[in-house]
Each structure stands twice: as structure tokens, then as C-alpha cells.
Design a protein around this ligand. Structure first.
Ligand code: DP6
Length: 333
């Protein structure tokens, strides 16, 4: 068996945050989430099953990987091998078009591209739902990157299950042009991964129960505002979701922010005070992502670039979901 396939997937940023897993196995989220798939950050991954290999191989941005990153990739490949009746090991070659060292890397685009390429390389003609479920079992945010535009992922059921759980598009990228300014902050020091951060929050935060209680309500608010195309209501609820997530993490000693993170949050509030609708969200790192209307993007970018400690400011817009490409990057019919 020597199947090969290449897939491309974009990162996504959640407005209603996934933070916390169900206690049973299978990587089911404890709360629902809603994100936008972004054009600015792309992963391209080629998977080749090769009967002559001794074991799986992973190359990321030209560097051979071992340890945890390779184990997580092999776990996904094992599921694909079991479903397809394939025994061969795989060679996985992956590139990000954004710097991984600065903490902006996202497992979402990586596992979305890997799931799609691996399933196809093994000869599985799976629906996007099945590939999304496969990606979710490795990294729940990756389930969302299979889809384009504004995407929702439900919480897993309360009772243990092994049933499929895939994401879905709520509003396609072409229907709504809201922009996200990715404000890069700080040195390249290694963050606590999302997986570890949420496990430490669940185990050690006195406010984790409060987060589990409020997250579905904030999600419902974000979702309703999106469907009503109400930018200000959407942004306000999204900012609350991010702050509540980080507050629960802080109380377990999981602190992702740096001084400049707070400076940017203050700058976003100042933008609002002078009449520009702008709302912030933060993930498992110091960077801030600022939601703006397209007509405000240039002014807000200049404003945020002037904040001390801010590096690059990248303007992202909605993108399509993951897709298969040929080795040169062209679309596969
Ligand atoms: C803060 O999807 O990286 O970005 O399922 O353990 O791989 P695992 O976690 P991951 O968590 C993402 C957390 C977040 C919020 C979000 O994207 O919803």
C-alpha cells in the first residue's frame, strides 16, 4: 500500500471558547464552541503510507519530530489504519505559512490537514463530517477547521459515548465580512499547551465549575448574535467568553498573558471609547485577536501597532474549510 494525499487547512479562532473536556475518553469537549476559519494561517500536509517504513515519520517545517508531537500524529494514523485495514507506516510532511515559534501555531490547522490527507491517502472516501470527527479526537478545535466561515462544535454528551461528533458551518465565509486582527505579542517562550492548560484548570481551578456553567450561555449569546448579524452583540459576548475562560485558568495558576496583553486589552477598550467597535479574544498564549468591521480594520491596525510590546499585526478574514490539493498546491477536482 503506497497511497499518498496532500491537504491544506486554515487555523481558526474561537469566539465562544472550548475549554475543558468530558471526563470520559475520546476528547469530547465539555462546552460548545464557535469559531471563524481564517485565511491568514495555513497548514499544508502530505501523508504517504509506505510499506517499507519501520515506523511513522513526521517532518514539521523541515525538522524531523519525535516524542509527543509524533505520538499524537501516530494516534490519528492508527485510527485511519484501523478503519482502512492498512498496516503500513506513514511519512507525514507538514508546513505552516506562519511562524510556529512565536506561539501563534495552532493544532487546529495541523490536525485538520492531517486528518483529511491521511483518510484520503488510506483510500477512505469519508464525508467531511467523518473527517471532522477524526480530527476532533486528536484536537477538538481541529474539528472546526474542516469547515469554512463561522463554525460551531457542540459539547460532547454528558454520558460516556463513542458516537461521532463533528462541527458544522453556521455562516459561510462569503456571507459575512468580519475581520480579525491578530496582534502578536512577546518572545517565543513555550506556552502551556491548550490540552495541558485545560486539564490543569479542571483539576485545580475553584472557578472551573463556574466556567462550565456560564460557557453554554455565552455560546448561545454569541450564536444568536451571529445569526442576527449583530456585530456589537457578537463582539461583546465573545470578549466575555474569552475573559471567563482565562479567569478560570488564572485561578489554577495557568496564566497565558504578558504585560503587553493587558496593554492591548486597554487599547481595545480605548478604541471602543472613541467610537470604533472592536472586541478582543485570547487563546492559550499572550497574543490578542481583535474583531473589527472591515471599514475599521486600517485604523484599528495602526492603533494597535502603536501599543508598546506589540510585534506584527496580521489582518485575517474568513476562509473556506480544509481541502485536498495536488503536490504543487492546486485544487483536486
Ligand atoms: C483556547 O483544540 O488545542 O484555543 O482538544 O486538547 O487539542 P485539544 O485542545 P485545543 O484547544 C483549543 C483551546 C482554545 C479555544 C478554542 O479554540 O475553542
Amino acid at each position: 500500500m503506497n497511497g499518498t494525499a496532500t491537504a491544506l487547512a486554515h487555523a481558526n479562532i474561537a469566539f465562544s471558547k472550548y475549554w475543558g473536556k468530558r471526563a470520559y475518553v475520546g476528547n469530547y469537549p465539555a462546552v460548545p464552541s464557535l469559531s471563524l476559519t481564517l485565511d491568514a494561517m495555513t497548514t499544508r500536509t502530505r501523508v504517504t503510507f509506505d510499506g517499507s517504513l519501520d515506523g511513522d515519520r513526521l517532518t514539521l517545517g523541515g525538522a524531523a519530530q519525535s516524542g509527543r508531537p509524533l505520538e499524537r500524529v501516530s494516534a490519528l494514523l492508527d485510527r485511519v489504519r484501523a478503519a482502512a485495514g492498512v498496516r503500513a507506516a506513514a511519512d507525514v510532511v507538514s508546513h505552516n505559512d506562519f511562524p510556529t515559534a512565536g506561539g501563534l501555531a495552532s493544532s487546529a490547522s495541523g490536525f485538520a490537514a492531517l486528518a483529511l490527507a491521511a483518510a484520503r491517502a488510506a483510500g477512505l472516501d469519508w464525508s467531511v463530517e467523518r473527517v471532522s470527527d477524526l480530527a476532533r479526537r486528536s484536537s477538538a478545535s481541529a474539528a472546526r477547521s474542516l469547515y469554512g466561515g463561522f463554525v460551531e462544535l457542540d459539547a460532547g454528551p454528558e454520558q460516556p459515548t463513542d458516537a461521532p461528533l463533528a462541527a458544522r458551518t453556521l455562516v459561510p465565509a462569503t456571507d459575512l465580512d468580519w475581520r480579525l486582527l491578530v496582534v502578536a505579542i512577546g518572545d517565543a517562550k513555550k506556552d502551556v499547551s491548550s490540552s495541558d492548560g485545560m486539564i490543569r484548570t479542571a483539576e485545580g481551578s475553584p472557578y472551573y465549575a463556574a466556567w462550565l456553567e456560564v460557557a453554554p450561555r455565552l455560546h448561545a449569546e454569541v450564536r444568536a448574535a451571529l445569526l442576527a448579524r449583530d456585530f456589537e452583540r457578537f463582539g461583546a459576548a465573545a470578549e466575555k467568553s474569552a475573559l471567563a475562560m482565562h479567569a478560570s485558568a488564572f485561578a489554577a495558576g495557568v496564566v497565558y498573558w504578558q504585560a503587553a496583553t493587558l496593554e492591548v486589552l486597554a487599547a481595545v477598550r480605548a478604541l471602543r471609547a472613541r467610537g470604533t467597535a472592536a472586541f478582543a479574544t485570547m487563546d492559550a498564549g499572550p497574543h490578542v485577536k481583535v474583531l473589527v468591521r472591515p471599514e475599521d480594520a486600517a485604523v484599528a491596525t495602526a492603533w494597535l501597532r502603536a501599543v508598546p510590546g506589540v510585534g506584527r499585526v496580521l489582518e485575517a478574514r474568513g476562509a473556506d474549510g480544509a481541502r485536498l490539493v495536488d503536490a504543487e498546491g492546486g485544487a483536486v477536482a
